[in-house]
Design a protein around this ligand. Sequence first.
Ligand SMILES: [Zn+2]
Length: 87
Amino acid sequence: MSVIKRFIAGAVCPRCGEMDTIRTYRDEEREHKECVRCDYVDSMRLDGEVEAEELETRVNRENAPVIEEGAQPLLFTPNPGSKRKDH
Ligand SMILES: [Zn+2]
């Protein structure tokens, strides 16, 4: 399975501040972002759920959190751990 990486137009890297350097791609359960200028990486779950322990503000694991457009949490979790959902 080939991974398609595409640039996000107008996206600014929060680490190096460059515009149009963020690429996004996804695997089975996560959407990843990476900067081609620095080693910034970010990922989020495709089901819209955020890892609650990484985001202690306003997120409650029992209340399926809603992510506002353009307000995606910046977090990097190398190991998603045991919170997989089966659906
Ligand atoms: Zn960068």
